[in-house]
Design a binder for this molecule. Sequence first.
Ligand code: PLP
Length: 381
Amino acid sequence: MKDLMTYLDYNATAPLRTSVIEKMTAALKIIGNASSVHRFGRIARQHVNEAREALAAFINAEAQNIIFTGSGTESNNHALRSVKADVILASAIEHDSVLKAHPNTILIPVDANGIIQLDDLEKLLIQHTSKKIIIAVMLANNETGVIQPVKAVTAIAKKYGAMVLCDAVQALGKINVDFKDLDCDMMTLSAHKVGGPQGVAALVVKDSTPLSALIQGGGQERNLRAGTHNVAGIVGFAAAITELAETWEDEAGKAKILRDMLETKLKQISPRAVIHGASADRLPNTSCIGFAGFKAETQVMNMDLKGVAISAGAACSSGKVKPSHVLQAMGCNDDLASCSIRVSVGHASCEKDIERFISAWTETMIIQQNKQTDLDKISNA
Ligand code: PLP
C-alpha cells in the first residue's frame, strides 16, 4: 500500500509530538503502580501529580479539579451519567459521546452557522424548571470548528440552577481554554487531539459538582475513577500540554494561514464549494467543505489513493454513511451534507501539504467530472 504522505485529519487524531514520544519512552521504564506506598509507587505518583499540575495550569484550573480518564468519550459519559441529572439539554451538534450518554436528552437547536440558540435554551430551562439539569455545550465543534458561546450559556444556566458540561476536546490547544473564566461545572479534554497519546483524557470538575464514580473499583483519582493509572500515557498528555503552553498561539496562527490558503484555493477551483460555518468564529485549523454531487466517501477514498488523508463530515455505521447530524442541525440539506468533507491541519502541517491536497483534489474532481460527462452522454444517447 502506498504510504500516506499528507495527513490532514488532525481532528480525528493528531500525530504524536516528538517531545511526547521522548517523555513517554522514558516513562515506560517507570516500574511502580502510582497507588503503591513504596518508593517505586511514589515515583510513579509524582509523575502523575506533575502531569496534573501541568494540565491544570494550562487551562487555569486547580490540580485537584482534574480527574484522569481513559478517553474523552469516557469523560463525557462520566459527567452525564454519574451526576444523576433528570434531563440533559444538549446542543444539537454535540459529539455522540454526549448525545448517547443519557436516556433523557433534549436537543437545543443551532442556527445556520451551527451556533447554539440561547433563546431556545432559556425556553427549555423554563419548561423543565424544578428538574436537575445538565446543559451540554461544546467549546468548538469537531466537524465545522465553530466556536460556541459557552460563557453566555453558563450565565444563563446559573439563573436557573442548572449545571454545565463543556466538551473542550477539540478546542484544547487551538484556542484559549480557561476553565475558571468559562465557569462551567465540568469540562472534557482528550490527549490524542493535541499530539498526546490515544487512550488518555481528563474530566475537569468544580469542587461543588456532585460527581460520583462511574467506574467502580480501587480508590484512584479521589475515589472518582477506579483503575490503575496509565502513567506513561498521563506523562505523554502532560508533555503535549507543556509544549503547547509555549507554542499554542504560534501553532494556531500557522494553522489558520494554512486553512485559509486551502479554502481560498478550493474556492478558486470550485466556486460552488460551500464552507460550512464560514461566517462564524471557528477553530483556526478546521474546514468543513461541501461539494454538491460529489459523495464524501468517494472524495475520501480518491484522496486516500492519492496519498492524502481527510475525513468525511459524516458518521459511518454498519457500512452506511449517514449525513452528519451536525450539518443537518445547521439546516444543510442531506444531499450537500453527504457530499461534505472535513480537512483539519495541525502541529506538523506545512504549505506543501496544502499544495498536495489541492493538486490531488483537482485531479479527483476532473476524474469525477469526466465520469459525470460520460454518464450524461449515455443517458442522452
Ligand atoms: N468530543 C469531541 C468533540 C470529539 O471530537 C471527540 C473525538 O473525536 C470526543 C469527544 C471523544 O474523545 P475520545 O476520542 O478521546 O474518546
